[in-house]
Design a protein around this ligand. Structure first.
Ligand code: ZN
Length: 262
């Protein structure tokens, strides 16, 4: 989230950007879809067709990530939180929140909107693929089925109760509502995020050792990212709530830090 960013267009008033690191993910996705996934799912096609399927799959993945983040952003806007924009980067997408949620309820609804949107997209795409299954070319059906699976994974993975994943935000909202202490809730939720970060790093290293350097490396760095984001959220929260800084609201940082909603 620190590299160069390119603004593509605006959607519902939110700037949609791609971070330079997204290009790495794009190459990884097209390559693994075109040389690994699609040749296994639909064998016997010419190589160029797998390349096109990989490219279309990537565009579908980008759209799925934007749909997920957009649902967060729309709910956030409903609760009058400022959103700096939606950015696609190497680990997916983030809606960049300029403000912390005003209430536990707002945080819960904003967080749960993403996984719900992804699971709905997964169901709609899956039903469409099944409906056109006998008629449409196998290539189109295969890409749709890939997108159904990826949206389902996007929805379910983000429900893991580890901050700052959506599930971790739901957990924080629950703890916040229970004890009416956002600081305490943030501290506990950040611990779960740091734990998940360690697990992902271990999984990544295991994957590197068992053969897949690039995929394993991606998971390991993802673990580092989750860990850092969790620690940062806790630090940011403490900073904003130090008594000597006053407590007049939630002015967030304009770039970097702050709060991300993956
Ligand atoms: Zn999300």
């Amino acid at each position: 989230m620190v590299g160069r960013r390119l603004t593509l267009f605006a959607l519902f008033g939110f700037p949609i950007r791609i971070d330079a690191s997204w290009l790495l993910l794009a190459v990884l996705v097209v390559w693994s879809l075109g040389t690994g996934y699609f040749p296994v799912v639909v064998p016997g096609l010419p190589v160029w067709q797998y390349g096109i399927m990989g490219g279309v799959g990537l565009i579908g993945l980008a759209s799925s990530l934007v749909a997920h983040e957009l649902s967060h952003a729309l709910v956030a806007r409903h609760f009058r939180m400022r959103i700096n924009g939606i950015t696609l980067f190497i680990f997916g997408g983030v809606a960049e929140l300029a403000d912390e949620p005003p209430s536990a309820r707002a945080e819960f609804l904003m967080a749960i909107a993403g996984p719900i949107a992804s699971i709905i997209v997964a169901i709609v795409v899956h039903v469409t693929a099944a409906a056109i299954g006998g008629v449409a070319p196998v290539t189109i059906v295969a890409v749709l089925e890939y997108l159904a699976v990826i949206n389902f994974i996007l929805g379910v993975f983000n429900l893991i109760p580890a901050f700052p994943l959506d599930g971790g935000r739901c957990l924080r909202a629950g703890l916040w509502a229970w004890r009416r202490d956002m600081g305490w809730a943030t501290k506990i939720a950040a611990l779960t995020g740091q734990g998940l970060g360690l697990l992902l790093m271990a999984f990544g290293l295991y994957t590197v050792v068992t053969g897949s350097l690039i995929i394993g490396g991606w998971w390991a760095v993802m673990g580092l990212f989750v860990r850092k984001a969790a620690a940062q959220s806790a630090r940011y929260h403490r900073m904003m709530h130090r008594p000597d800084l006053g407590s007049q609201g939630w002015g967030g940082p304009r770039d970097g830090g702050g709060s991300v909603q993956p």
